[in-house]
Design a protein around this ligand. Structure first.
Ligand code: GLU
Length: 470
């Protein structure tokens, strides 16, 4: 269905990185291939009584660590090659942010706008049954999550279906992540991918030497940003970037795009789109005819956070941004990535930049298997010890802190604070790792290649230490 073979694109990036590494052909082949793909078709009853056949997939790319992990997308164009490619990206993504899972991805070929809520529920529950039947789901086997076209509601149906079948399984709630809080979800998961994009870009922009190469100052402050996609990833990325001091000068959706060199208010644009069903005609912006036109706007950072293959050899040379932050999976073809590299454009790859989602999914899974909310046990104790320390300082100095400030200082961390700080640490460390690999190679490779080197090395260790490959 997809005109560009996405798995081939991913593998081209893999091969480029592999050429720097000492591993045997056999080991590299084992890392690269997709271990198993389950292709299914099943009937679903529409509300009018007619029956429709739905086509769907689940691909498990690498079992070097279990469970395997990755979202489920509902899209009219998804195909087997796509899910294999996205599953592979999940393997590499998890490795880069040190999430101890293999990679997987699911796809259901539907346009969700053409189905009622109850039809979507029947499709989701039936898809889950199919996964259960073939052991393609389970807290220690394969743990799906939201992706393009799915969200907390679908995850709630999945956990409910799974738990009905696995009645006495203590950890059944950990069979899927991205659930509503009441169903075992974790605070901060919805915003996680967008927040991770923000943390990743902020870390990259903090490097004064790197920014100097573009004639820019360190930090996000005042940097002009364009975001393509106002879905869960794009909206949150744009919002956090704005809150972090960047100026959002362009926003794009599939119906068109808007710009304002003086800055757009992300929440106001989001509300305008919800109210009018279109991003166009926002009172404090100028319309652009297509989503693609926004990609070519004059800006410092471009964040494609919609779909794959948005930046190709056709439009890459029209793009003016100095930094590309891949919020979506596979938004830039490998040919276009090479053009960016030759032009000195800094591309921050999807394998790192959008890994915030799976990072917080990992936290959710940990919460579910431990059956306790983060912060529940320690919060009060921490607040009591902070108070004791403060009182001792007050005694020594003879000064007292006023009550309002006191609350701020002694505050123990709750679930949301812990999740967000774990995500911040993860993204900052992973960036330092991949930028370090790039430096070790005298900056003679792009960050995507460096990120693949990091991922391949980590997966290779798992196989080597298993003693399968010499
Ligand atoms: N679908 C998201 C991704 O592509 C999240 C996957 C997950 O949380 O397992 O990274």
């Amino acid at each position: 269905m997809n005109p560009i073979n996405l798995f081939e694109q991913v593998n081209r990036n893999f091969d480029k990185a592999a050429s720097y590494l000492p591993y045997s052909k056999g080991l590299l082949q084992q890392i690269k291939i997709c271990n198993s793909v389950y292709h299914m078709t099943f009937p679903v009853k529409r509300d009018d009584g007619s029956i429709e056949t739905i086509e769907a997939w689940r691909a498990e790319h690498s079992h070097h660590k279990l469970p395997v992990k990755g979202g489920i997308r509902y899209s009219p164009t998804v195909d087997e090659n796509d899910v294999m490619a996205f599953a592979a990206l999940m393997t590499y993504k998890c490795a880069i942010v040190d999430v101890p899972f293999g990679g997987a991805k699911g796809g259901v070929r539907i346009d969700r706008n053409k189905y009622s809520r109850s039809e979507l529920e029947r499709i989701t529950r039936r898809y889950t049954y199919e996964l259960i039947r073939k052991d393609f789901i389970g807290p220690g086997i394969d743990v799906p999550a939201p992706d393009y076209g799915t969200g907390p509601q679908e995850m709630a149906w999945i956990v409910d279906t799974y738990s009905m079948v696995n009645k006495n399984q203590l950890d059944s709630i950990a069979c899927v992540t991205g659930k509503p809080i009441s169903q075992g979800g974790v605070r901060g998961r919805v915003e996680a991918t967008g927040r991770g994009v923000f943390f990743g870009l902020r870390t990259a922009c903090e490097d004064a030497d790197d920014m100097k190469k573009f004639g820019m100052r360190a930090g996000l402050d005042g940097k002009r940003v364009v975001v393509q996609g106002l879905g869960n990833v794009g909206y949150h990325a744009a919002k956090f970037l704005q809150e972090g001091g960047a100026l959002v000068v362009g926003l794009a959706e599939y119906e068109g795009a808007i710009q304002n060199p003086k800055g757009l208010d992300v929440d106001a644009v989001f509300k305008h789109r919800t109210d009018t069903k279109s991003i166009l005609n926002y009172p404090k912006g100028t319309n652009l005819p297509t989503s693609y036109a926004a990609l070519e706007l004059d800006c410092d950072i471009l964040v494609p956070a919609a779909l794959e293959n948005q930046i190709t050899e056709q439009n890459v040379n029209h793009i003016k941004a100095k930094i590309i932050g891949e919020g979506a999976n596979g938004p830039t073809t490998s040919g276009a990535s090479e053009s960016f590299w030759k032009r000195g454009v800094m591309l921050i790859p999807d394998t790192f930049l959008n890994a915030g989602g799976v990072t917080v999914s990992y936290f959710e899974w940990l919460k579910d298997i431990s059956h306790v909310r983060f912060g529940r046990v320690g919060k009060r104790f921490d607040e009591a010890s902070h108070t004791r320390i403060l009182r001792a300082v007050e005694e020594m100095t003879g000064k007292r802190l006023d009550e309002a400030k006191l609350k701020d200082v002694i505050l123990g961390a709750d679930e949301e604070a812990l999740v967000n700080s774990g995500l911040e640490e993860t993204m900052a460390k992973a960036y330092t790792d991949i930028r370090g690999i790039q430096r070790d190679h005298n900056d003679q490779m792009d960050l995507r290649t460096a990120s693949f080197i990091d991922a391949i090395q980590k997966v290779a260790v798992a196989y080597e230490e298993l003693g399968i490959f010499p």
